[in-house]
Design a protein around this ligand. Structure first.
Ligand code: SAM
Ligand code: SF4
Length: 331
């Protein structure tokens, strides 16, 4: 039995965000430059076996929840096989965050393979503005995806919404109501200044306090709710409306939750990021490809986790984030 994975602040790591690819079929303006980002050469991207091996190793030291992400995880070949493989690991939670573009087609196979929860990103319910924010997106397809997922048995779906002043701030209550009508929980996310602030527009930053205000105006008082379906897994703070509907707010910038951070991220190229807001990472690809044993991999992982940053320095002005793009790390 291995000792749990704990950092220098005594934070226990129990959650892995696993990026399957740095490619994406959308180009959301807050996540990626229009021209895209330099893509990692295929040879540098971890194989499905390598991804699964890292999960197995982390599972031995107490990682109980895994979220598949990207780029866009559904563009990764072999996704369903990987899900089937990970579903055998007896995790408490195996979930995926997706833009939903191909979800209508994939939902049945993903559910059969053992994926149980989905987060789908929808920033507006206006098809024209949806196209504008995603550049390449198709709202109709995404809505079909949410409905197909529900029909095949996905429960507790979350709708991720990046809250942006002058874009969707007036629409937040409508998006929340839409999510509830679809048996989903809306989660409003503060815009994080990734990409060295290059994509960030401080005037469009919408603090969590204003998001809450908009929701209170529309639905009445909000009372704090349980942290998550699995306590401690996610970064959102949850609230209930007077009529019992649930809503989450992810306030990474103005109300950071670093003190209770329980996660690490593995990029598609095998770099372990212990903090989304920092560029430093631990290279696991080299040891993975040079015959390292599980114990040797764990040694590298433990050393990286020991050095996990105490907190981030994201600023609403756009400073304080990493040089890397969100699409490369996976959110
Ligand atoms: N492609 C998938 C998707 O869009 O759901 C998964 C990857 S995406 C990077 C994960 C989440 O990060 C999405 O909900 C997206 O809206 C969010 N996101 C991307 N860039 C962001 C930023 N700069 N600040 C806050 N959230 C961001
Ligand atoms: Fe792609 Fe997701 Fe980034 Fe949008 S948020 S560009 S869908 S990775």
């Amino acid at each position: 039995m291995h000792l749990p994975l704990v950092d220098a602040q005594a934070r226990r790591i129990s959650y892995l965000r696993l990026s399957l690819t740095d490619r994406c079929n959308y180009r959301c303006t807050y996540c990626m430059p229009e021209a895209g980002v330099p893509l990692s050469p295929k040879a540098e991207v971890l194989t499905l076996e390598e991804l699964a091996r890292v999960v197995k190793v982390l599972r031995q030291v107490g990682v109980r929840a895994v979220r598949l992400t990207g780029g866009e995880p559904t563009v990764r070949h072999g996704l369903v096989d990987l899900v089937a493989n990970l579903a055998e690991l007896d995790l408490d939670d195996l979930a995926m965050t997706t833009n939903g573009h191909t979800l209508a087609d994939l939902a049945p196979a993903l559910h059969r393979a053992g994926l149980r929860r989905l987060n789908v990103s929808i920033d507006t319910l206006d098809p024209v503005r949806f196209r504008a924010i995603t550049r390449w997106g198709d709202l109709g397809r995404v809505i079909n995806g949410v409905e197909a997922a529900k029909a095949v048995g996905f429960r507790n779906t979350k709708i991720n919404v990046v809250a942006l002043a002058g874009f969707n701030d007036a629409e937040l209550p409508e998006i929340a109501s839409w999510a509830w009508e679809h048996d989903a929980t809306p989660r409003f996310i503060e815009w994080m200044p990734m990409s060295d602030g290059e994509l960030f527009a401080p005037g469009a930053f919408l603090p969590a306090a204003i998001v809450r205000e908009r929701l209170v105006q529309a639905f009445g008082p909000l009372r704090p709710d349980q942290p998550s379906d699995l306590p401690g897994v996610g970064p959102a703070r949850y609230y209930r409306t007077r009529s019992g509907e649930r809503v989450g707010i992810i306030s990474a910038v103005t109300e950071p939750f670093c003190e209770t951070c329980n996660r690490v991220r593995l990029s598609a190229t095998g770099q372990l990021h212990t903090c989304l807001a920092r560029d430093e990472s631990i290279d696991l690809r080299t040891p993975l490809r040079s015959g390292a044993s599980d114990d040797q991999l764990l040694q590298s992982i433990r050393a990286g986790v020991q050095a996990k940053a105490t907190g981030h320095e994201f600023q609403p002005s756009g400073c304080g984030g990493p040089r890397q793009h969100m699409v490369a790390i996976g959110g």
